[in-house]
Design a binder for this molecule. Structure first.
Ligand code: ATP
Length: 389
């Protein structure tokens, strides 16, 4: 089947690709699926049957690429302010053992490259050069897409790579798809190899869910299918009501990923695996799991959370039964905080950086509590100094 040029060239990023000439160049995977569904493209995957560095240079110029990285699996990631483009050479994969990352080798054949992918709807390509605009669809992905079916490319797919179970749930809810029977069976296979998957790979999938429009349904399905528990049995709870609340209070962005694991039993896992989290995630989680008090003032909140993003404060409030109006008030007031004296001023006055920092925080707390009004900071500092003497 040939794709009408009109439907391709409605996307300016694909139009730009038409300037590139290279022996056998394709757009593949999710961007072909999205193009056929007529939804906006978020990123672009390009496959070349043969390696070409000159095309990478061309793409850099055409798209005004600001960052280029050679990532895993022989792919280049090109980032420009508007789009991320992954350029890869056609390749085949081999899994050393279930749950491992694949070993990839160039295969010089787009059809082989398409067949090694996860789902039929993600295994289509459009040939952009030569300019045939043929839809390469060796597994019937277009038909599945029209019938709204999510189908794995091969039996044992989730055994090789159980993160595909996360991907299956994500696509099901994002595009309103039905799992065909062979894909449903793969969830059993995933159970066997999930324990072999590393923490960063699970983290990546959870991050992606956290930014999805229908993330509540996706996380709920993870819970229903006990997928996190099969990965690590410390995730042995699933509190749906808490999940609903998390979904309500948290922004739709990847960085809140770990807060979404709380309804699944993150506290237990965290206690035993602190080293797996970044410093700031660790700091946030330690505060969140530290016990709080429902009766708390905005000033006292500031003492604990002055360097914390609003989502961390909200999650803490939720878990500790703090009145949401206090949390909202604190976040709003903190956003407006602008003491009329700087920390530099206090250091010059006090001559002790550590003490100056403490005084600055006290001034902020006093402003938040309404103990002083804006403009009264200098006077308050003098009082603090007198008390010290
Ligand atoms: P999204 O819109 O969520 O980014 P996508 O389909 O573009 O969806 P990517 O993770 O960007 O997903 O991957 C690009 C393509 O690479 C997929 O469409 C699929 O063909 C292939 N792919 C990605 N991850 C896997 C995997 N774990 N197993 C097999 N193929 C994969």
């Amino acid at each position: 089947m040939r794709i009408a040029l009109d439907s391709i060239s409605q996307y300016s990023i694909i139009r730009s690709l038409l300037y590139v000439e290279n022996e056998n160049l394709y757009i593949v995977g999710g961007c072909v699926r999205d193009l056929l569904l007529n939804v906006p493209l978020t990123d672009l995957d390009v496959v070349l049957e043969r390696k070409s560095l000159s095309i990478i240079n061309n793409l850099e110029q055409i798209f005004g690429v600001t960052k280029k990285t050679l990532s895993q699996f022989l792919t280049f990631k090109l980032k420009s302010p508007k789009i991320v483009i992954d350029v890869a050479q056609a390749r085949s994969e081999r899994y050393e053992h279930p749950g491992a990352l694949p070993e990839v080798t160039p295969c010089y054949d787009i059809v082989k490259d398409l067949k090694r992918r996860d789902f039929t709807i993600n295994s289509m390509a459009i040939q952009l050069y030569p300019r045939t605009f043929y839809l390469m669809d060796p597994l019937g992905g277009f038909e599945d897409l029209k019938k709204r079916i999510l189908r794995v490319n091969k039996q044992g797919s989730f055994m090789d790579d159980p993160t595909r179970a996360f991907r299956a749930i994500k696509y099901t809810y994002r595009f309103n798809l039905y799992l065909d029977a062979s894909t449903e069976r793969e969830f059993e296979n995933a159970k066997k190899s999930l324990p072999m998957v590393s923490f960063p790979r699970i983290k990546r999938e959870v991050e992606l869910y956290a930014a999805e429009e229908r993330r509540l349904l996706m996380f709920a399905e993870l819970g229903k299918r006990n997928i996190l528990f099969h990965w690590n049995n410390m995730f042995d709870t699933f509190d749906y009501d808490l999940l609903v609340e998390m979904d309500r209070i948290l922004p739709r962005k990847q960085s809140v990923w770990c807060l979404f694991l709380i309804p699944f039993g993150l506290e237990h896992y965290f206690i035993h695996n602190k080293d797996k989290f970044t410093v700031s995630e660790r700091r946030t989680l330690e505060k969140i799991f530290g016990h709080g008090t429902p009766e708390i003032t905005v000033g006292a909140l500031h003492k604990i959370f002055k360097d914390e993003a609003p989502e961390g404060v909200r999650a803490w409030g939720l878990l500790n039964g703090v009145d949401e109006r206090i949390i909202d008030k604190y976040i709003t007031e903190r956003g407006k905080l602008n003491p009329s004296i700087s920390i530099q001023y206090i250091i010059e006055r006090v001559k002790d950086p550590k003490l100056s920092r403490e005084f600055y925080e006290k001034i902020e707390e006093a402003l938040l509590e309404g103990i002083i009004r804006p403009g009264e900071e200098k006077e308050f500092l003098e009082k603090l100094l007198t008390r010290l003497c």
